[in-house]
Design a binder for this molecule. Structure first.
Ligand SMILES: [Zn+2]
Length: 250
């Protein structure tokens, strides 16, 4: 018994030493990483640096989703990010309307990075996701499929104090529109004058349809719940884009 205990001790000592050196190495690596990230003259580009604010027009990296979440949760950061990209979003007092309705981070959205929108009240976080979608998906897809930029995004609003509507009728749950955490897009005006609507252009083997289907898929990267014409007849004429949800896209 004594012999066995003696044999075991060096093993335990080696294991403890190994553990200690692993922990110290990890701490050291962590400190080096922090030093690299937090230096004002960091060699790491901002769009790869999770401690820097989002830039809408910067290339999309795996870090972008962290920066987007951080900006969505902090109103001051969100407004700063929109202003830096030239998005028209003028500040308004928060709206409180009963227990279920209201708009925090409230503002009037009048333009995205390249496209105009008829002015509409919404939340900063909703405007931010629209701007990411417009810059990274809508404009590139329009140039690719239609050879023109989008000059205006057509919509039917964001805030609406109401219950959810489904194919079965009205539900008891409140709609994400009741807090302006959703936005309904109906189509787009192109710089060359063409007017696309989901109702008229979603179906068919046309360039317009290919464009609309590509931006629908693209919207799923930026919104947590997206419902379009293929979901049900209630969405035949618009994309319902929602900042909250569980990753459903149809
Ligand atoms: Zn909607």
């Amino acid at each position: 018994m004594e012999n066995e205990a003696k044999k075991r001790r060096p093993f335990l000592q080696r294991a403890a030493l190994f553990l200690l050196s692993s922990v110290l190495s990890l701490v050291l690596l962590g400190l080096i990483a922090l030093w690299v990230l937090l230096r004002p003259d960091s060699v790491l580009p901002d769009h790869w640096n999770p401690t820097r604010p989002l830039s809408i027009t910067a290339p999309v990296t795996p870090v972008t989703r962290w920066q987007l979440r951080a900006a969505s949760q902090d109103e001051a950061v969100c407004r700063g990010v929109l202003a830096q990209a030239g998005v028209g979003f003028s500040q308004m007092e928060p709206l409180v309307s009963g227990e279920h309705c209201g708009i925090s981070q409230r503002g009037s959205l009048s333009s995205l990075v390249g496209a105009q929108v008829t002015p509409i009240e919404t939340r900063c976080a909703t405007a931010l996701r629209l701007a990411m979608w417009e810059h990274h998906d809508i404009q590139p897809a329009a140039r690719q499929h239609l050879g023109s930029n989008v000059s205006q995004l057509l919509h039917i609003g964001s805030y609406n104090c109401r219950k959810m509507r489904t194919a079965r009728g009205n539900e008891d749950a409140w709609s994400s529109h009741a807090t302006a955490a959703a936005f309904d897009i109906t189509g787009a005006l192109l710089a060359d004058g063409r007017r696309l609507t989901l109702l008229k252009d979603w179906k068919g083997a046309t360039d317009e349809s290919a464009f609309l289907r590509q931006i629908w898929r693209g919207s799923c990267k930026w919104f947590r719940l997206v419902l379009g014409p293929d979901y049900n007849r209630l969405h035949a004429d618009h994309f319902h884009l929602q900042t909250s949800g569980w990753g459903f896209c149809r």
